[in-house]
Design a protein around this ligand. Structure first.
Ligand code: ADP
Ligand code: MG
Length: 141
């Protein structure tokens, strides 16, 4: 059974810095995800801390938030069948050393922190993460 879903994706500062947002978007589009909303923004430290609040007790939290503010990011809503899980598969494992061949993180990530992309990990987090960045009027399916 297939279910159309939306998920939040972020192209992180290491990728915008290297001018590879198009190459990353090509991975999504060629594997069945549609970009139904997209904008380039720069996060404040407070916004990065809010977005990653779930990780606030982790040792990498401070560095992660500083990294996410270090340059522009592209936030986007991806739509398609099983978009949450499909996007996680297209992204690959958090640590690029463990990522499968052909995944975005295997091919583009610089490190476990600067790993080029974020993707929601469940339908619930997709819903709240999309609301954090987009109004319904900005999403055009
Ligand atoms: P994912 O992005 O795959 O869902 P997590 O939610 O566990 O991974 O972590 C959020 C982000 O925090 C990762 O994408 C990565 O940028 C960073 N991160 C995770 N683990 C580490 C770590 N051990 N050291 C440094 N940064 C990390
Ligand atoms: Mg996560």
């Amino acid at each position: 059974m297939t279910t159309s879903q939306r998920t939040l994706s972020i192209i992180k500062p290491d990728a915008t810095r290297r001018n590879i947002t198009g190459q990353i978007n090509q991975r999504f589009e060629s594997q069945g995800l549609r970009i139904v909303a997209q904008k380039k923004i720069r996060l404040s430290l407070a916004e990065a801390e809010k977005f990653y609040a779930i990780h606030k007790e982790r040792p990498f939290f401070k560095d992660l938030c500083a990294f996410m503010c270090s340059g522009p990011i592209v936030v986007q809503v991806l739509e398609g069948d099983n978009a949450v899980l499909l996007n996680r598969q297209i992204m690959g494992a958090t640590n690029p050393a463990n990522a499968d061949e052909g995944t975005i993180r295997k091919d583009f990530a610089e490190s476990i922190e600067a790993n080029s992309v974020h993707g929601s990990d469940s339908e619930e987090s997709a819903h709240s993460e999309i609301q954090l960045f987009f109004s319904e009027l900005e999403i055009v399916g």
